[in-house]
Write a protein that binds this ligand. Structure first.
Ligand SMILES: [Zn+2]
Length: 451
């Protein structure tokens, strides 16, 4: 397939913006980039898609999300409003995730993936919880991801919060799914697996050791130091801070993702850098939960590969760019904080590097020969010059998700001219609304049990 007449933003290092260029795609991989006319000459018999002068960029990647949380949208949480983060978990997320059945999980995933395709996100790293529907839950999500046609990395968040039987089931769900994905690692599957852990504050040492024993050579995906409560709990439980605790239990390393790291000190930053652990930053979630602002620039300067996720907020990653850019300035009362270039380092380069660790022989996040043909078309008409030097600022101040007109994964259009090909939006939303109303009822029932 040939795509012609595009303005290609390659996001190579160094980045290039190529006017009136085309991309030749074969077997889901970008094979050649050249001027449109030249490319047509090289491949006279291939079908041509005319990008009509739109920008083409690599698809956005989300380093940390929760498909299971979609039905929280618009749900009434009875007063009084939670005063702090552990109360938010107790009053919102835990009674909600306990209300989910397999079918709820399927539709909760599908609505997130619709949102992702519409808004140009092609690869998502999910962190799942459904304590009353643990077994097989990752297969349900996998099937929805396969149907949608995006890429995802899945895990189940192990936690001791509902007793040891559910802890063990969570461990087994991770191991079962990891083994399953290992078995089909030579296939063209767009789904990979990792091992999920909820957070230091809901995990005993015994469980952490057990998880490490079950998955000695793999990486983990865990919330860490999201708020002060995680540190207070770790100090009380283990006499040490969260990152030190996770380090000592073998949870850190170049295959592990620590989501948030809002409340980390200098020593913890050093440990994260030394262990080459990935950190994922979710500024919209941090603001919403009132947990503070992550020391992102300090972490980047220390050499930590900080990535960008959405923690279950909309799958429109440029919204997260904007929050990441703005929040540091407000928090520090210093407009010099957080250059848009640093945001692009996280959202583009670090996310792409992280994405590459989960799939053998696959490259993501650049428009370059050999890379996966995961692309988006953006109908953006800047009224000021756009160059590689000011592109991150154009994204923060000018790009909107509604400008995404086409989304492609592995050389296949999931949306073109804003028409979706893999999912029936009206059907998915109608069924989701039906299911969500039942989930809300069960949520209210669970609240009454909890309190
Ligand atoms: Zn999260």
């Amino acid at each position: 397939m040939l795509i012609t007449h595009a303005k290609i933003i390659t996001w190579e290092k160094p980045n290039r913006i190529l006017d009136n260029h085309g991309i030749f795609i074969e077997d889901g991989i970008i094979k050649e980039i050249a001027e449109s006319a030249e490319l047509v000459k090289h491949h006279p018999d291939d079908s041509i898609i005319d990008a009509t002068g739109q920008y083409i960029l690599p698809g956005n990647i989300c380093a940390h999300t929760h498909f299971y949380g979609a039905f929280a949208r618009g749900m009434a949480v009875p007063p009084p409003a939670p005063r702090e983060f552990p109360e938010i978990l107790n009053k919102l997320w835990w009674p909600l995730d306990k209300a989910l059945t397999h079918e709820d999980i399927r539709y909760s995933t599908l609505v997130c993936l619709l949102d992702a395709i519409r808004h140009g996100t092609t690869y998502l790293i999910d962190h799942h919880a459904s304590p009353n529907a643990i077994d097989g839950s990752l297969d349900v999500i996998e099937a929805a991801v396969d149907q949608a046609g995006v890429r995802a990395v899945l895990c189940y968040e192990v936690s001791d919060r509902d007793g040891l039987e559910k802890t063990d089931r969570g461990i087994q769900e991770n191991i079962r799914f990891i083994e399953k994905k290992k078995a089909d690692s030579n296939s063209v599957s767009k789904v990979a697996a990792t091992f999920g852990l909820h957070a230091s504050l809901t995990l005993s040492d015994a469980t952490l050791y057990k998880c490490k024993e079950q998955y000695p050579d793999g990486g983990f995906h865990i919330h860490a130091a999201e708020g002060n409560a995680d540190q207070v709990d770790s100090l009380a439980k283990a006499g040490t801070r969260v990152v030190n605790r996770l380090m000592a239990r073998g949870i850190l390393g170049p295959q592990s993702i620590l989501a948030h790291c809002v409340q980390v000190d200098e020593r913890e930053i050093e440990l994260l850098a030394k262990s080459k652990t990935w950190v994922s930053h979710q500024p919209r979630s941090n603001m919403n939960n009132g947990v503070g602002t992550a020391p992102v620039e300090k972490m980047l300067k220390a050499g930590i590969p900080v990535c960008l996720g959405n923690d279950g907020f909309s799958n429109a990653m440029w919204e997260e760019w904007k929050a990441a850019y703005l929040v540091q300035k407000a928090w520090h009362q210093d407009p010099r904080q957080m250059s848009a270039m640093d945001v692009s380092q996280m959202a583009i380069h670090n996310n792409a590097a992280l994405a590459g660790t989960f799939f053998k022989n696959a490259l993501f996040g650049q428009i370059s020969p050999g890379y996966a043909a995961d692309l988006i078309f953006v109908d953006y008409h800047p009224f000021t010059p756009l160059t590689v030097d000011n592109l991150p600022w154009h994204i923060v101040f000018g790009f909107h998700e509604s400008m995404v007109t086409a989304t492609m994964v592995g050389g296949k259009f999931l949306m073109k001219d804003r028409q979706l090909f893999t999912l029936d939006e009206a059907e998915v939303y109608a069924r989701a609304r039906e299911l969500a109303s039942h989930v809300w009822k069960r949520y209210n029932g669970n609240l009454n049990i909890n309190h």
